[in-house]
Design a protein around this ligand. Structure first.
Ligand SMILES: NC(=O)c1ccc[n+]([C@@H]2O[C@H](COP(=O)([O-])OP(=O)(O)OC[C@H]3O[C@@H](n4cnc5c(N)ncnc54)[C@H](OP(=O)(O)O)[C@@H]3O)[C@@H](O)[C@H]2O)c1
Length: 227
């Protein structure tokens, strides 16, 4: 990782932040973005407020940074969850607005400057076929479907996805604490490795994909065996 410059979009908390910490500990030079200046400042890493749904802001940001080695896109949204019969389609539309489109804008805006690899966080909902996830799975599946095609179009820049299962991060803050603890307990019981994941579990795979110079166009699932 020495001398590698890495921009992590959506890295003021959770998986993005754990990835920044992991990569920095291996000697990389990391730069993190998000929408909240307070959260970014608390990371201790060089940072900038960049809303990934704002294309003009993204273009200005990447032009100012110039060439860099690796991009990690870890933008969160929990919208679009629930059984299809009762799924609020405007909530699902929000899911696309909060994750899919900002991820596409971030990758596209970075393309003139990124030299070596792009890693996008998707989710096990894309492929897990779990009831209640068809909407959020569509958001993540649409993103994941593009990754192998980008890998062919953009080579030698490598493009991969990391697909997490249930990971204990602030992503789950929309669920009240007691319900969240109960849900995590239920998930842990059905996950072969008998626990929900930690952000560091996913950061391990992000770091692997940044290092692995002969891997492109792949999605690696990190879910303890849930999917
Ligand atoms: N945790 C899980 O169980 C789980 C499972 C499957 C997949 N994932 C995926 O893993 C990725 C990371 O999630 P996480 O668990 O680390 O969630 P998280 O802790 O909520 O982190 C999401 C990050 O994205 C930033 N962000 C959101 N929208 C943004 C925007 N428009 N522009 C810039 N930054 C934005 C957030 O900061 P601000 O809000 O301050 O901008 C935050 O830093 C997401 O793609 C998520 O869907 C998570």
């Amino acid at each position: 990782m020495k001398n590698q410059s890495i921009i992590l979009a959506g890295a003021s908390s959770g998986i993005g932040l754990a990835s920044a910490q992991r990569l920095a500990s291996e000697g990389a030079s990391v730069f993190v973005t998000g929408r909240s200046l307070d959260k970014l400042a608390a990371t201790g890493f060089p940072h900038a407020v960049v809303d990934s749904s704002d294309r003009a802001a993204l273009d200005t940001f990447f032009a100012a940074r110039g060439a860099f080695d690796h991009l990690v896109v870890s933008l969160g949204s929990h919208k679009g969850l629930g059984p299809f019969a009762s799924l609020d389609l405007s909530d699902l539309r929000e899911g696309f607005n909060e994750k899919y489109w900002p991820a596409l804008h971030t990758v596209q805006a970075a393309l003139p400057y990124v030299r070596r690899s792009i890693t996008v966080l998707t989710a096990i909902s894309a492929t897990g076929r779990m009831p209640g996830t068809s909407g959020i799975g569509a958001v993540n599946g649409a993103l994941e479907l593009m990754v192998p095609i980008w890998a062919r179009e953009l080579a030698p820049v490598r493009v991969n996805a990391v697909s997490p299962g249930v990971i204990d991060t602030p992503w789950w803050d929309f669920v009240p604490a007691t319900e969240r603890a109960a849900a995590f307990g239920q998930y842990a019981a059905q996950i072969p490795l008998k626990r929900v994941g930690r952000a560091e579990d996913v950061a391990e795979v992000v770091a692997f994909l940044i290092r692995a110079e002969y891997v492109t166009g792949r999605a690696i699932v990190v879910d303890g065996g849930l999917g």
